[in-house]
Design a protein around this ligand. Structure first.
Ligand code: ADP
Ligand code: MG
Length: 821
């Protein structure tokens, strides 16, 4: 739907949910209407729509003056109904569309000539790498694939035949949905074949409308496209074409809206009724790709060996791999397509899970040091805290105690939204470890956070006589040397720090527990390095691994956590400490900046403190810092000259940052202007308002993290998002933030918006590239997990002959993966 209407719908929905209090947007519906009408006019496609927009704007302007909820409700219901009655939405233009093919269809190909390589004869390639099936041969061995096409295919990630077969269609056009024009109905998606009668171009306010009349002997139908002026020349009268798209209604008549189209080529229609649509790259036309794939699928798919053991495959009623690969490219029926996808998705998830379990086995084959539960110490610690633990905190501490008492090293992920109180749980684990005479280490991603942890653990553990050491990049070298010595001798029991902890020089006498906070901010290797600081093998004892606790405030949707952390046990801290209030979040336009400032001021007048976050301006931290400095100067000179402002950015030295944080924490600074360095973990309960400039430039997870800096105390807190013209995606993000405080819900949303690869960042997660969005398929995931567990139980090292291919496949799949815990 057009952006303006979509946005309006959201606001009205929110207003409805809130009971017609005129509170859905700051400034009220009336003010919203004034900017909305501008945007809506710009997007209008014709006069009728313009008229509708003016009417809606008028009702919205009156809204706040209406006598009561009933009248307001009636108005909104009416507006919503009218929006929904608009002709169906214009499809998004960025969608990967197949290039219209303008060349006439080719004559049928002569029968395929089989090259010697294709017969599986030994080739030079196969000398380098064992490749009995010939799947590692370059794509150029396919007929019709020359250098040029090979280049294009390599842009899509296919150098060899095997890779080519794994480029799956993005979607399929189903010609089985074909209908004669006189049977087409409003709202359905159809494919029709017809002759172009005429094509016209019409300019309305700001779009160019192309209208074609198509006839098939049973009737005629209009087809419309927006802003594709070249179609006037492409869709010539008399031409036979295939169109597929959604049927809508316009001024009482049926129309095909922005359908995909192709000149009629009998070939795919005659032989295949479901036509694959592939990802394309510049210069590679859809029909060429299809033709190439067809050769590859016919000739090579049957040679792909099946790595699934027969028994397992038959038990699960999965297609053999060769069949699945053939059918996923050129499905004969919808059912065959479904089965083919099922097999391919299962494979990906199964390999993923097997990989996880392999790691888990590897990790657990080195023993841990059992830490007996010292309940006296633990109780003393808990009773000395200034607050009662929540039930969730108690439960998780009990989980940790149980894990750590075992000989197998703990490998646990603690997930809890910002402010849910993870630190105290980490402290409890430290108490248990130190009581057993072992050492503990806590690693945080930034210096600010390490210092904060150092302070709060110092306070929490003081009466337990545990004195933490702080080790960061800026620790003076003499102090560093002392800490190294104390860790090596065992006299230092707890060290808290940044990456400095994983330096070569850091050696522990006996590290029993390693904790990684905000674990997603660390690379795979860094986590592993910390874990490797456990006791090495000596004459007297074997090497052992410390128990590992990784913590994350980035909630991960359940499907993803099963996939990504299949080798970890997961604890979810799903209860906030009592007394927390929901943070009120509002998205404001730049024109409302003054109001935002005065709102900040009212909070300061009540004795509270504020954060103002500067936008990301460019990649380099220098520019960000510069922008922050300028913003700080501006605010100080013109907006808040009477208040105490301070500035925090990444280019400052750690001692400068430290001083700034200290003064903010002590309440000496009233407004802290900061770049995204503030993102992680800062805890200042008196700060109740956060203003985020350029909010559209940040990701959803990051915005949620920022917001978590407020709402940490007893006072109502606010988050104001300033953003002007935003993309559809950014709009989704900002609206989602306005609507919920729940990190898990936001994570699900984020995952939907960005897809799993982006969501996690492949590099960090060590996750192999997945071809299908299979990570979201919960049912298959559970199945794959169960089967992987069963298989690993029967053959932990996959040594059996029937598992050989599978083992190779896992290695290939995980080639660029790595330890992901
Ligand atoms: P996060 O999970 O984001 O790391 P913290 O551990 O920093 O959260 O805790 C946030 C704040 O909540 C801290 O000020 C902490 O002292 C406080 N807190 C933690 N647990 C409780 C509790 N059970 N009751 C009250 N306050 C708590
Ligand atoms: Mg924390």
């Amino acid at each position: 739907m057009r952006q303006a209407f979509k946005r309006l719908e959201r606001v009205l929905e929110l207003e409805t949910n809130q009971g017609y209090k005129d509170k859905a947007v700051i400034g009220g519906i009336r003010q919203f209407a004034t900017f909305w009408v501008g945007q809506a006019r710009d997007e209008a496609v014709d006069e009728a729509e313009l008229a509708l927009i003016e009417q809606i704007a008028e009702s919205l302007t009156e809204y706040s003056r209406l006598p009561g909820p009933e009248a307001r409700k009636a108005t909104l219901v009416n507006i919503m109904a009218r929006i929904r009655a608009l002709p169906t939405p214009v499809p998004v233009v960025e969608k990967v569309l197949e290039k219209p093919v303008i060349k006439p269809a080719k004559l049928p190909e002569p029968k395929e000539t089989v090259t010697p390589q294709a017969k599986g004869a030994p080739t030079e390639v196969s000398v380098v790498e064992p490749d009995p099936e010939g799947l590692l041969q370059p794509v150029t061995i396919l007929r019709g694939v020359g250098k040029k096409t090979a280049n294009q295919l390599s842009k899509l990630g296919a150098e060899n035949i095997g890779q080519l077969l794994r480029i799956y269609p993005l979607r399929y056009d189903d010609y089985t949905l074909m209908k004669p024009i006189n049977r087409v109905e409003n709202g359905e998606t159809v494919t029709i074949i017809g002759t172009v009668w005429e094509t016209q171009s019409r300019r309305t306010r700001n779009v160019q409308l192309i209208q074609s009349t198509i006839s098939d002997g049973t009737g005629t139908i209009q087809s419309t496209w927006f802003n594709q002026p070249w179609l006037v020349n492409n869709l010539k009268a008399g031409m036979q074409i295939v169109l597929s798209g959604k049927v809508g209604q316009y001024l009482g008549r049926l129309v095909l809206e922005n359908p995909e189209w192709e000149p009629l080529q009998l070939e795919p229609l005659k032989t295949r009724r479901i036509v694959p649509i592939y990802p394309l790259t510049k210069g590679l036309a859809g029909h060429k790709m299809r033709e190439t794939m067809k050769r590859a699928a016919n000739q090579w798919a049957p040679r792909v060996p099946d790595h699934l053991p027969d028994e397992l495959r038959m038990n699960l009623k999965l297609y053999p791999l060769a069949l699945a690969l053939q059918q996923i490219h050129f499905p004969e029926t919808q059912e065959a397509l479904h089965q083919a996808r099922k097999r391919v998705i299962f494979d990906e998830l199964f390999l993923l899970q097997l990989g996880m379990l392999t790691y888990r086995n590897k990790w657990q084959s080195t023993p841990g040091i059992p830490i007996p539960v010292d309940s006296i110490a633990l109780t003393r610690f808990i009773e000395g805290l200034p607050f009662e633990l929540t039930r969730a905190q108690q439960r998780i501490i009990a989980d940790l105690a149980t894990d750590m008492a075992k000989k197998i090293p703990m490998n646990r992920l603690l997930q809890g939204d910002v402010g849910s109180g993870k630190t105290v749980i980490a402290a409890a684990a430290v108490v248990l470890t130190v009581s057993a005479g072992l050492q503990a280490a806590l690693m945080a991603p930034t210096e600010i956070l390490a210092v904060q942890h150092y302070r709060s653990l110092n306070k929490m553990l003081e009466f337990m006589n545990i004195e933490p050491q702080l080790l960061t990049g800026s620790t003076p070298s003499a102090e560093k040397e002392r800490i190294y010595a104390d860790l090596a001798s065992g006299s230092a029991k707890l060290v808290i720090g940044t990456h400095a902890l994983i330096q070569e020089n850091v050696r522990f006498k006996e590290l029993g527990l390693a904790i990684v906070d905000e674990q997603h901010r660390f690379g795979v290797d860094q986590r592993k390095s910390l874990r490797d600081k456990g006791p090495i093998s000596t004459k007297e004892s074997r090497a052992s691994n410390p128990h590992l606790l990784v913590m994350s405030a980035t909630p991960i949707p359940r499907t993803l956590s099963l996939s990504l952390y299949g080798d970890l046990d997961i604890s979810i801290l799903d209860e906030m400490p009592p007394g927390r209030r929901l943070i009120t979040t509002r998205w404001l336009r730049p024109s409302e900046r003054e109001r935002a400032y005065s709102f900040v001021r009212t909070q300061i007048e009540k004795g509270r403190q504020a954060y103002i976050i500067c936008p990301l301006v460019a990649e380099s931290e220098k520019t960000v810092a510069k922008a922050a400095i300028e913003e700080y100067e501006r605010l100080k000179a013109h907006i808040f000259p009477d208040l105490k402002l301070d500035l925090l950015h990444g280019r400052m030295s750690s001692s400068e940052k430290e001083a700034v944080m200290r003064s903010f924490k002590d309440g000496d600074t009233q407004i802290l202007i900061a770049t995204s360095v503030i993102e992680v973990g800062i805890d200042v309960p008196n700060a109740t308002i956060m203003l985020i400039e350029g909010a559209e430039r940040f990701g959803l997870a990051q915005l949620h993290q920022f917001r978590g800096r407020v709402g940490r105390g007893e006072h109502q807190s606010y988050c104001l998002l300033l953003a002007g013209d935003v993309s559809a995606d950014a709009e989704e993000r900002l609206t989602a933030l306005e609507q919920t405080n729940d990190g898990f819900l936001l994570a699900e949303r984020d995952l939907e918006l960005r897809g799993p690869g982006e969501f996690f960042g492949r590099r960090q997660s060590g996750l192999p590239e997945l071809n299908l969005a299979s990570l979201l398929d919960m049912e298959m995931l559970v199945l794959a997990r169960t089967e992987a567990q069963r298989l690993m139980a029967s053959d932990p090292k996959l040594k059996k002959e029937q598992h050989k291919l599978l083992r190779q496949q896992i290695e290939r799949f995980w080639e660029q993966g790595g330890d992901i815990s």
